[in-house]
Design a protein around this ligand. Sequence first.
Ligand SMILES: Cc1cc2nc3c(=O)[nH]c(=O)nc-3n(C[C@H](O)[C@H](O)[C@H](O)COP(=O)(O)OP(=O)(O)OC[C@H]3O[C@@H](n4cnc5c(N)ncnc54)[C@H](O)[C@@H]3O)c2cc1C
Length: 401
Amino acid sequence: MADPVSNSPVVIAGAGPVGLFSALLLVRQGYPVVVLEQNTEVTEDMRASTFHPATLDLLDRCDLSGELVAMGTPAQRWQYMIHGTDERAIFDLGVLGDLTRHPYRLQCEQFNLTRLIVERLRQEPLCDLRLGWQVTDVDPGEDQVRIRASRPGLSETFQTPWLIAADGGRSTVRKRLGLSFEGSVFPKTSITLVVRFPFENHVPGLLGVSYVWTDDAHYSLMQIRDLWRFSYSPNQSQTVEDALSEPVAQANMARVFPGLGPFDLLQRNYYTLHQRCLASFRVNRVLFAGDSAHLNSPAGGMGMNSGLHDAACLIEHLVPVLEGAGEHLLDRYDRRRRTIALEEVQRLSAKNYRRHRETDPEKRKVIWAELQETTRDRDKMRAFLMNSSMIRSRQREQEIA
Ligand SMILES: Cc1cc2nc3c(=O)[nH]c(=O)nc-3n(C[C@H](O)[C@H](O)[C@H](O)COP(=O)(O)OP(=O)(O)OC[C@H]3O[C@@H](n4cnc5c(N)ncnc54)[C@H](O)[C@@H]3O)c2cc1C
């Protein structure tokens, strides 16, 4: 007689980019899923805006890249620049044209991806997408996981052979299993303003992705259609409320762009930045992916991208197991993606964090000389871009036994 639990749907906690992409990959291969998301609709999450070439190639597996690219702004060239000078270090992703079908960074809000996947999942009879359902408890058994979830006035227990925990940085699943999430908090916080203003007509030499040093600070400007995201480290002695207030945000922009304001600020968001990682991405029948498993500085835009790479790798390992292969295969998922999180994503994003925020003139000279040397030499630029566009980490993942 067929075992009812082993044939039950895979349950996915969390309908962020990672949970949703995992769900779509599974149903497209014929496996039923239940997705439990605490919010009643897919949120307008302003965090991620950068999709890297390696990720766009992966999203093509579910025909998502074309529509996503049409909703955002591709940037083949991006740069470091020194504010108020004509000094630049320009990187051209065209040099990776033989390695990717998408030799550009796409600037597009992450909610465009989640909405697109939700639309696709609604067409899939194998997907039971439950918005407004909060996972409240997890009971990991030998042969199954029992998950308690509720919405106002109703609660239900789900039994599944495999639970994918894609419930983000504050993961309930992780907490209910009592797992520690080792790491640290970066010393400087970050603010991102969404601004409607044609910076391209006012800042000479600006590219759609620009990381900029001012005399004593830094900012970045990223273009998404007719909007720009302006990010910076606020004065660390200010309270969150003060730093985020309209007058303080306007004053901060006026210091950088005197005479151009006041600016039309559509959004103001404040972030504390963490670097953390689980000791294992597999805890028996619970499989962690994305922010629930690892966090990194957003400098360089790698968190969501690496979470989507986790999802692809996880499903590549889970499908054979659902078809009868040995469960130990899932340990390789852990080895591969945890190594990448620690040795590639956290290493590179922490380096970006330090590079962007460096203010010591002597240290800046050394960094600037390195950037100039890299952009002048095609092979060096290619090696740099293979890391930053996450092509190298995808290649390395495949090499891990
Ligand atoms: C300022 C900033 C900028 C960033 N920019 C970039 C970028 O440009 N590129 C990039 O790659 N990354 C970026 N990131 C990181 C990126 O936003 C995250 O890595 C990404 O959202 C992780 O996706 P996820 O699906 O793992 O988690 P989330 O997006 O956090 O999704 C988790 C989901 O689980 C749901 N959930 C949580 N608890 C429960 C529960 N108990 N029951 C049911 N549902 C639950 C949540 O409601 C949510 O919908 C940035 C981060 C920050 C802070």
